[in-house]
Design a protein around this ligand. Structure first.
Ligand SMILES: [Zn+2]
Length: 120
């Protein structure tokens, strides 16, 4: 197992140490405390806005969700919001997917219209 960083002095200490051998600070079971609160509500709201208002919100939710989930994986962000963050990210993905689908269908219909016009 790799070493963890002392929360007080930042030096590498053994993961099973209860005290830092360098500065004597007590080491908790979790190597890092969650300094950053999650933004699950924001990501979820943006994802839903992406679905009902404009897919631009969905892009924001997708990007924010990706970044926050990787922050949670790294242990730098409160994990309790991972469900909301994932939900918001998925809403964002779906809204972007629908926008792309709508664009593709629009182009096909437009092309079809031109073909029918020139063919007659
Ligand atoms: Zn230390």
């Amino acid at each position: 197992m790799s070493q963890v960083q002392c929360g007080s002095c930042g030096r590498q200490v053994p993961p099973d140490a209860t005290q830092c051998p360098y500065c004597g600070a007590a080491q908790s079971a979790t190597p890092q405390s969650y300094a950053v609160p999650h933004r699950g509500v924001t990501v979820l709201v943006l994802g839903i806005l992406g679905l009902v208002v404009c897919f631009a919100f969905g892009i924001a939710a997708w990007i924010m969700g990706n970044r926050d989930l990787s922050e949670m994986d790294a242990g730098r962000m409160d994990r309790s919001g991972s469900g909301m963050t994932q939900g918001g990210r998925i809403c964002g993905m779906v809204s972007v997917g629908l926008a792309v689908l709508g664009l593709v269908v629009g182009i096909i219909l437009m092309a079809l219209g031109m073909v029918l016009q020139t063919g007659s």
